[in-house]
Design a binder for this molecule. Structure first.
Ligand code: CMP
Length: 139
């Protein structure tokens, strides 16, 4: 089925001018960018977005990293978009990521791993609603 998923191009990638190369990977995989904006998160926004991880040892480091530079938030649409995006991103840790994936090619470490993508339809809907209004989604 046609789905929408939420994507973040993270600070390590925007800083190294990799936005275009990452977007090209999404488009080559058949994902359409139906919303896109470059923003810089506040600490409160980062802590809210990553709320499910607040008990993890890396939570503070993760939030500080996510506010360190601008990010690009996007909504990607396509057939099985959630799974397809996860495939294109590759494993969370670039050391485990398959050849040709975004994280294999660009990520620096498990923390500085260039992209985020929703893991399920429910989280996709929540994440999209947190960053975008309906008016900003143009299919
Ligand atoms: P993301 O998909 O954005 O969701 C949670 C993030 O936590 C994950 O990507 C990783 O970048 C980050 N993360 C997971 N494990 C670690 C770790 N051990 N150290 C730092 N960051 C981590």
């Amino acid at each position: 089925a046609i789905q929408r998923t939420f994507s973040i191009i993270k600070p390590d990638a925007t800083k190294r001018n990799l936005t275009g190369q990452i977007v090209a990977k999404f488009e080559e995989a058949g994902l359409r960018i139906v919303a896109s904006k470059r923003i810089q998160l506040t600490l409160a926004q980062a802590q809210h977005f990553y709320g499910v991880h607040k008990e993890r040892p890396f939570f503070d480091e993760l939030c500080e990293f996510m506010i360190s530079e601008p990010i690009v938030v996007q909504v990607l649409e396509g057939e099985d978009a959630i799974a397809k995006n996860r495939e294109v991103m590759g494993a969370t840790n670039p050391a485990d990521a398959a050849e040709g994936t975004i994280r294999k090619e660009f990520a620096l470490s498990v923390g500085e791993n260039s992209v985020h993508g929703s893991d399920a339809p429910e989280t996709a809907a929540e994440e999209i609603a947190f960053f975008f209004s309906g008016l900003e989604l143009v299919g």
